[in-house]
Design a protein. Sequence first.
Length: 685
Amino acid sequence: MQKLKMQTLDITDDNIEKIAAIFPNCITETKKNGGVVRAIDFDQLKQELSKSPIVDGIQERYQLNWPGKHEALILANIPTSKTLRPCREESVDFDNTKNLFIEGDNLDALKLLQASYISKIKMIYIDPPYNTGKDFVYVDNFSLKEKEYCLNSGQVNEIGSRMILNTETNGRFHSDWLSMMYPRLKLARNLLRDDGVIFISIDDNEVNNLKSLCDEIFGNENFINQISVKSKPTAGASGGGEDIRLKKNIEYLLCYCKSKLQFEKFNDVFEKKNLFSYIKEYQEEEKSWKYTRILLSLGEKEFFSEIYDGAGKPIKIYKHDDVQIATISDLSKKEGLPEEDIYIKYFDKIFRDTNAQSSIRERVINATDRNNTFYSIEYIPISGKNKNIKTTLYYRGKNKDLIAWLHDVAEKENGTIVKKNKIGTLWDDFNWNNVSKEGDIQFPNGKKPIAFIQRMLTLCTNPDEEEIILDFFAGSSSTAHAVMQLNMEDGGNRKFIMVQLPERCNEKSDLFKLGYTNIAEISRQRIRSAGKIIQSEYIDKKKGRLIDLGFRSLKINDSNLKEVYHQPMKLTQSELSDQINNIKINRTPEDLLFQVLVDWGIDLTLPIMQKVIYNKEVFFIETGNTNTLIVCVETCISEELVKSLAAYKPEKIVFRDGGFRTDSFKINVEQIFKHLSPETEIRIL
């Protein structure tokens, strides 16, 4: 009967396993801490890869380097024995929600999420410290040796991370920031689905370093876009960063996917503007607005010819006679209606001509004539937005100009027409006024507009799926608010995981005076307040389905189990008795349950069912109709209880090591499961 490891995935060991699967001959053994462990034979591995030139030693290469990079990589790979403790009183709808809020250092959080959420996150958005010289950064003690790293990662009961000010006078100004970001992004990549996307907000100070860092971690081939975002208006020269420089008007949003082979493309997202305001601006700028004709009738249609596209697929050409076309202004006068009403009435028939070059148009020109005639074609495109869809296009005039429809670039909305412009890499349409008050809680520094985050969500998530969004620099949890708000608007099922350090509030701040001692408290309250606002809007709109507006609040803490440092022969009788009861006295059964979930890599939001069986409390975690996990951490368990639990035939079961009366009874428990539920994995705490 094996014990649970009670520490997170060792990424170095995992990497060795991956290499062993590809190059088993490169695996050897070596001594470590008095024992024999598997290791990589790097000389042999180099030979396996020697067909291509190998960059070795001091040979020059293209790379991003900084003091502390090696230590930052080690830090990412070292496991932690910390755990997540549930906090029901700070949660909302704890038993039913599938959202998570984690309080603690995000490096620990990312490690604790590895087993349960590896390759499960659809989108990550983070707004990390910009390193302006006034930002706090996480200090992970990069000068420590490996043994001391283990202290800070919770493998010995000391606490590691803290926050310090990273000033421009610090000689490691950029290095400290890179060392803070590197292990976190490396771990975050593991959590992304193969079709997942990460967005990172940043400004001028570190955008170049961040781009190089992400190229290394995610791969330059997986870079998607660097988006320019019109930033919050600043008041005065100091706020705008104006000394010898021009006033700063934009920030940046870097976007990478995990794998371009799996990530197809963004969803279509449009900026919308009232069409008539749009036309007015065109006229004021003395530009020519082209969508001014109406195709009233296609006349008589007759087959003309058949040609072929570049792939040899047929294109049928039809000639039209007696086609009727009118202008917007002519119909406005004829029908005695304002031009705006004509646009609305004939919306689906309004068009413009375009002489845009294409291989299809060239084929139509060659197959028809140079007269003032009207033709249509029918074919099935092999690429583009209409790929594999039967499509009809129209051509007119001596040059056979293509007819482009207004309804392809605009749509009717609330009794009017809005112009649609597909978004690009300049996002300048967000309203920053009162952003600090969004979510019914003021958070004066660093908030992003909900609409800004919703745009990212709309670009890359599917409302019909339960896709998970992660933000491990949560701040005031604007991302959680955006997820819930968008779910209400489009009926989506997106879920969120927020991570926030309990950074202490300035005691002179208004937030501190209101009773908030740290940022994590503010973040949780933002989600609660936003949920209440959304719930009231949701009821008013009489929607027919429920939205998940809750969250499970979890806090990072040291292990629930006592540490064992002494050799058994050196233990006193009282110490030996204490080791039998290896669970810390202030820990609850539910604390132990969540450490089991983390250790075994089980979804942290699965429903929890508690039962009392033979006077003992038992936890059940179910997936569908399957008993995924049973946990019983009671003492003095009986044979009747064990047989009862085995009858459920769970995939996994966990008992407390001190729960068995004798060693012989522990062996008997294994035999009971071998007989009644042989597929069950048994572990002990």
